[in-house]
Design a protein around this ligand. Structure first.
Ligand code: RIB
Length: 292
């Protein structure tokens, strides 16, 4: 069993502000930092720190070696990350206000220049016991999802950043669709009617999360753990990566939801994205302190 993640790798440039700027406004940041990010890389770190064998499939520039080193140090197999001499490493400008809410601008760079033939070769190793994760920050998602389903693997698709057309194209090849509440509202407005997936994972921040099994009609609700947020960036990625890893190790939906919810709760107490994702022992210790 393994997780394969076709995902973005970003350098996050994080600016802390009292409030997010309005159009035309210039604000001085109180603090600046750089770290590992990208919805894909964050999900890979989460999955690996949860304990799953995790392969990241993606691309970045030459140089920026610290980025790859951080992924590898988290336990992610980075041998299928291509280094592209003519592309920039993807990056994100992240503005964080004093309530820990964020606004993000991304530049895809190498994330959208992934060689799809090489990707197809790598994906030929998937087995029915494997899981493919995809999001909306790379190229090649539809072909990857098709290839994974052809091999009988589970495909968990995070429709983020939300793009209705991209989501419509991938849905027929996804097993589980993962979204936050805002993304779910946009999808239901743009795509009324039944969704052709087996499961729907909706994360709702402080209101918790739910998983709907669209085959049986059963829904599981997971309340959020109460924490004081410092930075919500990457919380959804942490949830998705931990949830995928939980299913991969054989947890049932309720157990995977609880594990992922605890990991996301811990993440929001820390500044940063990929670098701030907790390890499995940290999550287990947090859970041990929670009332049953
Ligand atoms: O989901 C959070 C991530 O979105 C950040 O790490 C940033 O890189 C953007 O991709």
């Amino acid at each position: 069993m393994a997780i394969w993640n076709l995902g973005s790798i970003n350098i996050d440039h994080v600016y802390r502000l009292d409030s997010l700027p309005r159009p035309g406004e210039t604000l001085a940041s109180r603090n600046y930092g750089q770290g590992l990010g990208g919805k894909g890389a964050n999900q890979s770190v989460a999955s690996a720190r949860a304990g799953a064998r995790t392969h990241h499939l993606g691309a970045m520039a030459l140089g920026d070696d610290w980025v790859l080193a951080r992924l590898a140090d988290s336990g992610v197999d980075v041998s299928a990350v291509a280094r592209l001499p003519d592309e920039a490493t993807g990056h994100a400008i992240i503005l964080l206000d004093r309530d820990a809410e964020n606004a993000i601008v991304i530049h895809a760079g190498a994330n959208r220049a992934i060689d799809e033939a090489a990707l197809a070769d790598t994906l030929s190793a998937l087995t029915p016991r494997d899981t493919l994760l995809i999001q909306n920050e790379t190229n090649g998602q539809v072909a990857a999802a098709q290839a994974a389903r052809t091999r009988g693997a589970r495909v968990i698709y995070s429709a983020a950043p939300f793009d209705l057309e991209a989501t419509r194209a991938i849905l027929p090849h996804a097993t589980i669709l993962a979204m936050n509440a805002g993304e779910a509202r946009q999808l239901f407005a743009g795509h009324p009617g039944d969704l052709p997936v087996a499961g729907l994972l909706i994360t709702k921040g402080s209101e918790g999360a739910e998983y709907r099994d669209l085959t049986s009609g059963r829904t599981w609700h997971q309340p959020a753990f109460r924490v004081t947020p410092v930075d919500t960036t990457g919380a959804g990625d942490t949830f998705a990566g931990y949830f995928a890893a939980g299913l991969d190790e054989g947890l049932d939906v309720a157990q995977a939801l609880r594990l992922a919810s605890a990991a996301a709760a811990l993440k929001v107490t820390r500044a940063g994205a990929g670098d701030a994702i907790p390890t499995r022992p940290e999550v287990e210790a947090f859970l041990a302190d929670q009332p049953i």
